[in-house]
Design a protein around this ligand. Structure first.
Ligand SMILES: [Zn+2]
Length: 79
């Protein structure tokens, strides 16, 4: 017995400019500590905290250098 329940498809239509909030605690570029008050830049739909705009620019210019494929910050993985 199949009850024809209407499936609501969750269409993730996120508005332009909407990025996932930053969670990193280290600047991906210079590895400095960052916090909620730090500036953020958006790379591939994910926001990242950076210490200043120069690091932000470097991150946006060459994200693969500083980020893993899943978007996590390489600098935070190193012991
Ligand atoms: Zn920095």
């Amino acid at each position: 017995m199949l009850h024809a329940a209407l499936l609501t498809f969750a269409v993730l239509a996120s508005p332009a400019g909407q990025a996932k909030p930053a969670t990193n605690v280290k600047d991906p570029v210079c590895k400095m500590d960052v916090n909620a008050k730090s500036a953020t830049v958006v790379v591939r739909g994910q926001a990242y905290r950076v210490c200043n705009k120069h690091c932000g620019e470097a991150l946006q210019k060459d994200p693969d250098k500083f980020l893993e494929k899943d978007g996590s910050v390489k600098a935070e993985k190193k012991k």
